[in-house]
Design a protein. Structure first.
Length: 246
């Protein structure tokens, strides 16, 4: 296993903890709505392999590809082992990409987004789940430097991620904030309802759905009337071979 993939596999184990199960349940419910209206053949899911299998299987997308591979879970579908910063996937080939906390643990989150943009088809959808730096969870992670997953991650804000997406040519279609309870299990679910109403920007998890836009530029036809030199400073010009007139 590549050292760069270790946090992803550790995060899978954290999803099985009491706190992780609470997070996974809210994310799965949110993801179900985010997948509505997305059709196609292939979805690449980076991270969160064990938590969203049923949700993705129920979506209109036919096939799911997992990264990193959960070799002990063969029933999850097609699997690959690779760095999220360097996907072994052809450009413009996927209908959707799901980054489940991939930006939190990747050494270069912007490169992960660039790779997602590369492999998506025009009008393809990018779904992102990430821990919010502007939340009690973000503060807790700062108080535990060098801690275990998930606190060892580099939490971001949805605003920063939105700026990166805009630079890559994405349009954000929807955003949601989840999990307003403190970062330990046992607190009443009442806090989630109150948080959505009174402090909606402070959720522990942000969920973003974006679409890849491709600008349609009208190419300019070259002017064949201007005969340029082959090399700068050279006196040699293109010949007119084959264009002689009787």
């Amino acid at each position: 296993m590549s050292p760069g993939l270790e946090p992803f596999t550790q995060f899978e184990d954290w999803y099985q903890s009491p706190l992780g199960r609470e997070v996974a349940a809210q994310e799965a419910a949110c993801l179900e709505g985010m997948l509505e209206g997305i059709f196609g053949h292939y979805l690449l899911q980076v991270g969160g392999a064990a938590g969203f299998g049923e949700v993705v299987a129920a979506s209109p997308i036919r096939h799911r590809i997992l990264l990193p591979a959960a070799v002990h879970r063969a029933e999850l579908g097609m699997q690959i082992v690779a760095s999220p910063e360097h996907l072994p996937v052809a450009s413009d080939s996927l209908d959707a990409v799901l980054l489940a906390h991939s930006l939190d643990f990747a050494p270069d989150p912007r490169q992960v987004l660039r790779e997602a943009e590369r492999v998506l088809i025009p009008e393809g959808r990018l779904l992102i789940l990430g821990f919010n730096a502007l939340s009690p969870w973000g503060i807790w992670s700062l108080a535990r430097p060098g801690g275990r997953v998930p606190w060892c991650g580099h939490f971001l804000t949805r605003y920063r991620v939105g700026d990166w997406l805009s630079l890559l040519g994405f349009d954000v279609e929807s955003q949601r904030m989840l999990m307003f309870r403190p970062p330990w299990p046992g607190w009443s679910s009442y806090l989630d309802g109150a948080g959505r109403r009174f402090w909606p920007a402070l959720g522990a998890v942000y969920a973003i759905r974006a679409v890849k836009r491709v600008s349609t530029l009208t190419p300019l036809r070259p002017s064949w009337k201007t005969r340029r030199k082959l090399l700068p400073g050279s006196a040699v010009e293109p010949t007119t071979r084959g264009n002689t007139h009787a």
